[in-house]
Design a protein around this ligand. Structure first.
Ligand code: ATR
Length: 268
């Protein structure tokens, strides 16, 4: 995997566990590359015989631009988290959205259909998950971002204007209650989100933070205080997107529950 920073990444552990479970010998390591070094580090990795890679922050959009082919879901997301080596260059895929939907529906037993949804953020993480949420049958999707132009751009790129509504943070008190609220901002890592009214959440709301660990605590604490029914962090999504990438590289789908439980036990 290539990212910056990568020191605390759980992905090498997850892929090592998948390799052990499926009997596939693999080497999966973390490469720390600043944005200016990304192209060169990826070329080095290819020259060393690398057959696949995960790409994480802040390189997902650059990775999409470098690929010779994109899967449909990577094209719709405009972001790549999985690279697959082909004879003619890198194929780019995005497994974040399917990973999130699988975690919410299968692990947490949530029915996403018709859920009125609020997506906070319009960066790479938001772009990665929005198409899969729409495909999973959510109801109207409201997108709020600190920089409104990016919310507009994401809404435009998703199409379906009758179903997708970009809004301002200043509108947040007057847009009603949501059945699903997804925090796809990196705000807690930076300066904290603007104050969110508790009226956004109702008794059947599921609140999801795409991060995990300490980073997810402020948003999920807000959601609990606001009375949300389900509060989910991004650890399950991380394991599920990894399984989907593993499937692309090795043509075997690993079982995820054991790995998830083991990492959860060590990180709570
Ligand atoms: P990622 O790939 O994680 O989405 P990104 O593309 O840098 O990374 O996007 C980060 C997201 O968090 C963006 O939606 C960003 O809002 P802007 O588009 O306005 O930058 C949002 N974000 C970061 N810090 C924030 C803060 N303090 N308050 C609100 N939103 C914030």
């Amino acid at each position: 995997m290539i990212g910056h920073p990568v020191a605390h990444s759980l992905s090498p552990r997850i892929h090592a566990a998948f390799g052990k479970q499926t009997g596939i010998a693999l080497q999966y390591t973390a490469i720390d590359a600043e944005p200016a070094q990304f192209d060169a580090r990826l070329a080095e990795f290819a020259a060393e015989g690398g057959i696949g890679a995960n790409v994480t922050l802040p390189h997902k959009a650059r990775a999409a631009a470098l690929c010779t082919v994109l899967t449909e879901r990577a094209r719709r997301a405009g972001a790549v988290n999985t690279l697959i080596r082909t004879a003619t260059g890198w194929e780019g895929d995005n497994t974040d959205g399917v990973g999130l939907v699988r975690d919410l529906t299968e692990r947490h037993g949530l029915d996403l259909r018709e859920r009125r949804t609020l997506l906070l953020g319009a960066g790479g993480a938001a772009r990665g998950v929005a198409p899969a949420l729409l495909d999973a049958g959510i109801g109207d999707l409201f997108i709020i971002n600190r920089t409104p132009e990016r919310a507009d751009a994401l809404a435009d790129s998703l199409g379906q204007p009758g179903r997708i509504h970009p809004r301002y943070f200043s509108d947040v008190s007057s847009i009603g209650t949501f059945d699903l609220i997804v925090n796809a901002t990196s705000a807690t890592r930076v300066a904290g989100l603007p104050q969110l009214p508790v009226a956004l959440a109702g008794p059947r709301t599921a609140a999801v933070d795409l991060s995990y660990g300490e980073v997810a605590i402020p948003f999920l604490a807000w959601a609990r205080a606001a009375g949300a029914h389900d509060c989910v962090d991004g650890l399950g999504m991380l394991v599920e997107q990894a399984a989907e990438s593993f499937l692309s590289w090795h043509h075997v789908r690993p079982e995820t529950d054991g790995v998830y439980a083991e990492i959860r036990a060590h990180n709570d």
